[in-house]
Design a protein. Structure first.
Length: 141
């Protein structure tokens, strides 16, 4: 479904009844796949907006477990937000995820994978070299 998580990951976090309550927008008694996909896309997009400063995104498989956990937390936040059912715990968990992402950008936390090469590392820039003059006004032929 997403780059980091899928519906099954969310189902392990929240009960089936809660998932239906949050994602059944057409009221047919089942969670709408499009609603869950949008929550996952929103979470992963926000994650990548931070991680893109440090890593090549999307993060390739195998995705670090901590990143999956944060993505699930954020996707659940967006599901609850969509139904205006945000509790203080859910808001606090989301804020903790954002703080963690900011720590990664600041170099205080990491994913345990190599960051993208810096743009200045190995970049030679423009090089210019000049050979000694052979001819000129002050020099005879």
């Amino acid at each position: 479904m997403g780059n980091y998580i899928a519906l099954a990951d969310i189902e392990r976090r929240i009960s089936p009844a809660d998932l239906v309550r949050l994602a059944d927008h057409d009221e047919d008694g089942t969670a709408d796949a499009a609603v869950v996909s949008q929550a996952i896309e929103d979470a992963e997009g926000e994650i990548d907006s931070y991680l893109g400063k440090v890593y090549v995104v999307p993060i390739p498989a195998p995705v670090p477990k901590v990143l999956q956990q944060k993505a699930v937390t954020m996707a659940c936040y967006f599901l609850y937000k969509g139904r205006r059912a945000l509790s203080e715990d859910i808001k606090d968990n989301y804020k903790a995820c954002i703080a963690w992402l900011k720590d990664i950008v600041a170099g205080k936390a990491g994913l345990g994978i190599l960051p993208k090469p810096s743009e200045s590392a190995g970049a030679g820039g423009v090089r210019h070299s000049v050979k000694d003059r052979v001819f000129g006004r002050d020099e005879p032929l």
